[in-house]
Design a protein. Structure first.
Length: 231
């Protein structure tokens, strides 16, 4: 099952790039994207404010997901731990002060009414709680817990890619668009959170506890070798 990891990462990287490319139209002052035109039909209190929050969200998201995928690199953690830490700090700042707040604002006008709003708020809340707890765990040296919380962050950021893939499939199969929209929101949000918890189980092949234990033994062995070299 090891081949699944690079496949999933590649899927998310390509999906993130595709979303970023498609989102360039949001910055075109002479053209409104269909998504924006839908929102302009709503009683928005301030259209310019909505556009600005949308642009902020797009910029933050185009950085956050690729950065999180890079942070998952074990090679990076092993060979450049300082870069890993600083990239994590920058990414966390972008998420907590740009991505999530703008997402909360945009969710007030989400398609699907209250259910749409609650779905986005739940996803954003998971990102905030997991990011904060992940930082606390890392500072306490609890790396298994840190990885678990960070996987929750990545999983919720991945919702954007999975959701669009599901919507594309639903449109191809001519499903009701409004129903498909809510299903494509809630299933990835809840499903990704459940998947991370399943992977975090002690009996699973991808257990974070097993990975952390292995990393700890490797660090201990390296320390012993370094100590012997100094004798």
């Amino acid at each position: 099952m090891r081949f699944l990891r690079p496949v999933v990462l590649l899927f998310l990287a390509l999906g993130s790039a595709a979303i970023t490319m498609a989102s360039r139209v949001y910055f075109d002052a002479d053209e409104y994207a269909p998504f924006v035109l839908e929102k302009l039909d709503l009683p928005l209190p301030n259209e310019d404010r909505y556009i600005h929050f949308l642009q902020l969200h797009v910029i933050a998201a185009s950085f956050a997901l690729p950065a999180c995928l890079l942070l998952l690199s074990r090679t990076l953690m092993r060979r450049a731990p300082r870069f890993h830490r600083w990239l994590g700090r920058i990414t966390g700042t972008v998420m907590l002060f740009a991505l999530v707040p703008s997402g909360f604002y945009l969710s007030l006008y989400a398609k699907g009414g209250l259910l749409g709003t609650l779905g986005f708020v739940l996803s954003g809340s998971i990102v905030v709680v997991a990011a904060v707890q992940g930082v606390r765990a890392a500072r306490a040296g609890k790396y298994a817990a840190h990885r678990r919380f960070m996987m929750h962050v990545v999983a919720q950021l991945a919702v954007a890619v999975v959701s669009r893939a599901m919507l594309f499939a639903a449109d191809t199969l001519a499903f009701d668009h409004d129903t498909a929209y809510l299903v494509s929101l809630w299933v990835p949000v809840v499903g990704c959170a459940a998947l991370v918890e399943w992977l975090a189980g002690s009996g699973h092949v991808f257990s974070w506890r097993k990975y952390a234990s292995l990393s700890s033994r490797r660090r201990h062995r390296s320390s012993r070798i370094a100590g012997l070299g100094g004798i």
